[in-house]
Design a protein around this ligand. Sequence first.
Ligand code: CMP
Length: 229
Amino acid sequence: MSNSGREDALIEKLLRNIPIFRSISETYIQQIARDVRTVHYKKGGTVFYQSDESMDLYIVLDGKLRASLFDEEGDELVLATFNKGDFFGEMSLLDGVARSATLTAEEDSALGILKRESFLQAIKQNPMIAIDLLAIVVKRLRKTDSMVESLVFFDVDERLVRLLLQIAKMQGERDSRGFYKVRKLTQKDLAARIGASREAISKALKILAIRKMVVEEDGFFLIKPDEEA
Ligand code: CMP
């Protein structure tokens, strides 16, 4: 089913702000917008599972999603999160192999789906899309390298502090003593984000509280700034 005219206009507006489409003409953006089908997912909904065989590209029009791996017990490792303007699904699109990860909506989300053939056609006609796409894929690889480094070289408590500081610096909230403030995440969520068990997170939080590096207060984690750690 095609989108309504109003939806096409909205998709066009969003596409214009997406880095991989920044250098293409208005006319071509309009053409791509017509090929995009919108879908909505409720918080917790699964877009696709690791090993699924599909090859389309997904563009986040609204909301937040995450790409994860799961082990047999259902323990999760979060590889990346995607916000408005980000895209995912480029790996299967490019190499034709099954999905490398499971995609879940962290919030109610709206996605634009662009068929593989339309995207490949767009790249052929606008090679700058491929160059911008490569830059983003390389950025993701660098982030993954950094995650592998953390997993191999740092203990759970060090990984936890690094994660919390990373979130804190994005959110930018500090209390009067200069401690960063991060709204509390569940131990399960923290475990999934740093590749640790929930038990290891619980132990690490106790150690960090004793060292006064991460303190839990009124629904927040208070984190001592790294320059003083
Ligand atoms: P695809 O393999 O098609 O489906 C899962 C998607 O998750 C994948 O494409 C990427 O878009 C995304 N993904 C998988 N691994 C990573 C990673 N290490 N960093 C960022 N995104 C990833």
